[in-house]
Design a binder for this molecule. Structure first.
Ligand code: GDP
Ligand code: MN
Length: 388
């Protein structure tokens, strides 16, 4: 799960990571007072969306007068902001963070994540902050430094110093960086984060370190243990279909193709998408309807898939283990009738009572084909989607 920058900064504050003074605004009414209370003679107004790349997309703007704070806030609130990290539609801006500005001497990059290759928590740092770390990694990988934490020993002082020297910090900044790194590790472990990113971590004109931006991702599977974090969820920043699927115990992820997929089991869903691609097609979604696939769930999943206008054909790939294939077939038939689908559907049923299920589908008189194996099912669906 992602959270907003202002929420991440609040967590930073609790863990001793220095942040700029700032305040959230959901309308322009009080922003003059907010800016006055913050002090200084210029402010930065930052669109709160669950994506980076806001700077280049006009979601981070400098205001040099109180009147500008108001006009910039008015311009940002209510728009949908598209950045290179969002899809073309963008995300709604329902709030802005107003902060004091600081003279920026240098912009650094610092993040903490789990490095899958070493299976350890690792810090990634670079003196070239403020830009896409992916681009730095691609074009000048020598500018990226990392240290990985031993699971028993944890973060060591020499590792903090190593990063501090690599970032050309000196004097009191070295200790501050160590404190920031320790705070990040505690936050990461306490709240089951999967990534904490500060880009940029700035060195101000007077030599102080400040987290100018803050991004935290949390492990969804640990959210039930952290109600305080789960409460930070903002559904307006998430795909509506993904939210709906969650409500009936399924996992849906929007993709860019035109073949709707309904599958039970994440592994089977991945394999289904692979084979669709292998046959030259493009899946419109990943959908794991989950175990205990009952007719009601099938109907809900159908409606979800159909709400995507890109879908030209639907492939159902279900393994009947706990629920028998004939029961699933009945569910599919009921759902097809209920939703009045007129798109071609190919169904691959395997497992208990598979033949019974296939017979039910084939004799239904509806626009749907029961395939005997996945290979043929994928070939057929790609052909049917292409013909639409
Ligand atoms: P992102 O583009 O979504 O990652 O948003 P950031 O919060 O990282 O802001 C983008 C850029 O805006 C930063 O790299 C800074 O260069 C600039 N910026 C953000 N806040 C301030 C500020 O308070 N003062 C100044 N001068 N620049 C800022
Ligand atoms: Mn940033």
């Amino acid at each position: 799960m992602n959270i907003h920058e202002y929420q991440a900064k609040q967590l930073f504050l609790n863990y001793g990571i220095p942040i700029p003074d700032g305040k959230l605004a959901v309308n322009a009414e009080n922003v003059t007072h907010i800016a006055q209370a913050l002090g200084g003679d210029s402010w930065v107004v930052k669109a709160q969306i669950h994506a980076g790349g806001r700077g280049k997309a006009g979601g981070v703007k400098l205001a040099k007068t109180l009147a500008e704070v108001v006009s910039v806030t008015n311009d940002m609130l209510g728009i949908t902001l598209a950045t290179h990290q969002t899809d073309a539609a963008g995300l709604p801006v329902n709030s802005v963070l107003i902060e004091q500005t600081y003279p920026i001497e240098r912009e650094l990059y610092l993040s903490l994540l789990i490095d899958r290759s070493t299976q350890r928590m690792s810090f990634i740092a670079s003196a070239t902050g403020g830009m896409d770390i992916e681009a730095v990694a691609e074009h000048s990988p020598e500018k990226i430094i990392s240290v990985s934490l031993h699971p028993a020993a944890g973060l060591q002082d020499y590792q903090c110093r190593k990063l501090a020297y690599a970032l050309a910090l000196s004097g009191g900044q070295i200790k501050t960086l160590a404190n920031i790194m320790r705070g990040m590790v505690r936050l990461f472990l306490d709240k089951d984060a999967s990534q904490i990113e500060i880009n940029p971590l700035i060195v101000t004109g007077s030599g102080e370190l400040l987290a100018l931006d803050a991004k935290i991702n949390f492990d969804d599977n640990a959210l039930s243990a952290h109600p305080d974090i789960a409460a930070l969820k903002d559904p307006t920043q998430e795909d509506d279909r993904e939210n709906q699927a969650q409500q009936f115990g399924s996992v849906y992820i929007t993709l860019e193709g035109n073949i709707g997929c309904m599958v039970n089991g994440a592994g089977l869903a991945m394999a289904t998408m692979d084979i669709i691609k292998l046959k030259g097609g493009q899946p419109a979604n990943f959908l794991d309807v989950g175990g205990g696939t009952d007719p009601e769930k099938v109907a809900k999943a159908f409606k979800l898939i159909l709400s995507d206008s890109h879908v030209k054909a639907i492939l159902i790939n279900i393994f009947g283990g706990i629920v028998k294939c004939d029961t699933i077939a009945e569910g599919i038939l009921a759902a097809v009738k209920e939703t009045a689908i007129n798109l071609p559907i190919v169904v691959r049923l395997e497992g208990t009572n598979a033949q019974l299920g296939r017979d039910l589908l084939n004799n239904s008189g509806l626009n749907l084909t029961a395939a005997n194996d996945l290979d043929h099912a994928a070939e057929q669906i790609v052909m049917l989607a292409g013909a639409q």
